[in-house]
Each structure stands twice: as C-alpha cells, then as structure tokens.
Design a protein around this ligand. Sequence first.
Ligand SMILES: Cc1cc2nc3c(=O)[nH]c(=O)nc-3n(C[C@H](O)[C@H](O)[C@H](O)COP(=O)(O)OP(=O)(O)OC[C@H]3O[C@@H](n4cnc5c(N)ncnc54)[C@H](O)[C@@H]3O)c2cc1C
Length: 382
Amino acid sequence: MTVDSFQVSDVVAPAADIAAVHADEVDREARFPAEAVAALQRAKLLSAGIPAEFGGGGADLATLASATTAIAHKCGSTGLIFAMHHSQVAALVRHAVDEAVRSTLRRIAADELLVASATTEVGSGGDVRKSTCFVERNGTRFRLAKQAPVISYGQDADIILVTARRDADSGPHEQVLVICDRAGLTLEQTAGWDTLGFRGTCSNGFLLTAEGDLDAVLTTPFADISAVTMLPVSHILWAAAWLGLAEEAIDRARQSVQAAARRQPSVTPPGAVRLAEATTLLHQMRALLRSSIARFAELDRLGSMSRTSTVIEFNCLKVSASRLVVEVAAEAMAICGIAGYQSVGPYSIARILRDAYGAGLMVNNDRINGNSAQLLLVGKTI
Ligand SMILES: Cc1cc2nc3c(=O)[nH]c(=O)nc-3n(C[C@H](O)[C@H](O)[C@H](O)COP(=O)(O)OP(=O)(O)OC[C@H]3O[C@@H](n4cnc5c(N)ncnc54)[C@H](O)[C@@H]3O)c2cc1C
C-alpha cells in the first residue's frame, strides 16, 4: 500500500471522528481511548504497516505518518498511541529475520493486536540504549523482570516489546528486544499517570515480569534495531502526532479569527496577523516532517541509517518538532484569547497545549541533545 493507493482520509476519517467524540472525556478521566482504538482495529489500521505477505496493509511510512496526523488532529492521545504502536510494529517488520518475529507479525495482522513498548527503566531514565534488567535463560524458556517507569497503554496492550540486557553477564549496552506476549506477562502497577497532557495514553509505571519461549528474544541486537528503525521511525511518527496537534490548534485559531471577522466585517481582526505567523510555524513542521520521511527512504536505500550524522539528523527532527508544537499551540491560545484558555469549547486550546508539552519530555530533549552533543564531538559530517 503506497501513499497513492491508500486513501488515508477515507479509511482513517471514521476512526478519527470517533476519537474526536471521546477526546475531551478521555482527557478529563485520563482513560484509555477504547472506542477510538476499537475503530482503528475495525478499519484494520493497527496492521496497516505490516507487509501484505504477513496479512497487513503494506502501508509505507509516509502513509502511516499521514494517518497519525489525521488521528492526532482529533485526539492527541489516540494519535500518539497509534504512532507508538506503529513504531514498535516497524521494528518487527524491518528486523523480521526470526520465525518468531514473522509469526508475531501474522498474529498482529490477523487479530489487530496492539503493541506497546517498555524501553525506559527506573535508574536509567530516558536512556533507551541502556538496560539494567536482563534475560534469564532456562533451557528453551526465558524470564525477565523490569522496573518500567512508564509504559503507555501497558494495561491494554496485547504485546509489549521490552529491552533488556542479553543475559546476566551482559553489559548495560548489550541489549536485546524481547516480544512479551500478554499471556506470559504480569504488570504490577507502581506509578500512576495523572499528568498534564497525553492523559489518555495511560502511561502508568509497572514492575513488568514476563516469561515465554526463548525465540521471543530477537537475534538482531537492539543497538541495530534502535539505529536503523526505532529511533528514526519513532521520531518521525511522534512528530506526525505532534503535527496533528498543531493543525488542530491552528484550525481552532482560524475559526476564532473568522468568527471575529464575521462579527465586524469592516475590520481585520487583530488575531489575523498572529494567525499568519503561527501558520508559518505549522508549515515549518510540515516541511520538517516531509523532508525527514524522504530522508529516511533515501538513507535506507543507501544503507546509511546507522551513521552518526543520521542519528543526529533524526534527533534534530524530534527536538525541533517538539518545540514547534508548543509554539504553535501557545500562539493559537493567544489568538483565541479567553475562549482558548477555557478547558472546553470550540476555541479551547487547553488540551492541545497540555499535550504539546509532553513532546519535549518523551525522551527528554536535554537527553537527546546530550546524545547528539557526544556524537558531534567525534563526527566528521553533519
Ligand atoms: C506521553 C509519554 C509517553 C511515554 N511512553 C513511554 C512508553 O510507552 N515506554 C517507555 O519506555 N517510555 C515512555 N515514556 C517515557 C519517556 O520516554 C521518558 O523519557 C522516561 O520515562 C524518562 O523520564 P524522566 O524525564 O523522568 O527521566 P530522564 O530522561 O532521566 O530525565 C530527567 C531529567 O534529567 C535531565 N537529563 C537526563 N539526561 C540528561 C542528559 N544526558 N543531558 C542533560 N540532561 C539530562 C533531563 O533534562 C530531565 O530534567 C513516555 C513519556 C511520555 C511523556
């Protein structure tokens, strides 16, 4: 399925509309957007990124990004869940060398399973390239226990992809990715998720314990999966979700300015110029995302995904997009005035702005810039 053949609007719109209906309640009650996710499943959108040979829709990254933006436009939490799910699925699709990975892809496609991730860990924070927990091997079986500070929709996921050290003797960077099936999973909640934004992602903290067959441990090292797929794809799809928030903010601001113009047709509303400025930021986000998707395809073709400069490039996307979404939402709030500051209503920017602030924290921008800084110290190109 390519951008041309996949009618993003036709397939995604009904699910996005359902997300919109429940968005305020999902946010207010910090509850999982069950209705929207069920609609995504009905539309076979959870398997959209899986190749047809495994029973999925075969959508490319550009298509998934468009779908993510359209969903986040209506409900930030649902859009982010969609983005996080597809980042994980992409890791399986692009590293499907093991039969266990391929059979997992077939199962995800057949039953529209929801995939979550537990990469961060108590102690190492957002440093996803470091693990404390390890895979305990016993014959053909494994067991692992991870103190996960945050697992988005962990309670509702069918599969959680977990990073861990390869075994008890491995160093913190010698990581593997483990497919942890709901059947072998125990989640003991250790922290809640009563946050400023992205409340519907229900990203509680858990002591995760998992067991299963050893072939659920991917043979491809996590270092490769992270460089070639997880980092660039996550940053692209997260940015696509934040773009959806920014689009919704600008939409509301535009409607507010147009309503003011209708009230006094002879006067250009003062918010109009600010709207024009905010729209330039929105277009910066769009251009950034489009060029990043094109770069991903190009670098992938050249086999250059794990180059130092590539990591820096996709880190820059994350940092820039997460800042821009806050700027756009703040501008939209200023344009809408008190109506924008209200928690609800057609011109409310409150939920969007609260969600937007999460973007810089989901792997803290300081940490990402810290990683890029280390790479810039040794890199030969930017
Ligand atoms: C909406 C949302 C959903 C998420 N979903 C998931 C999920 O599904 N699975 C998952 O595993 N995680 C998830 N996360 C967690 C996330 O990725 C966090 O990065 C992680 O939990 C670390 O949180 P932290 O900010 O407490 O820790 P840290 O990253 O350690 O940051 C703490 C503080 O230390 C500073 N800091 C840390 N390192 C550096 C550095 N190198 N240079 C400079 N300053 C530094 C930061 O600026 C910050 O002030 C999610 C986060 C959000 C916001």
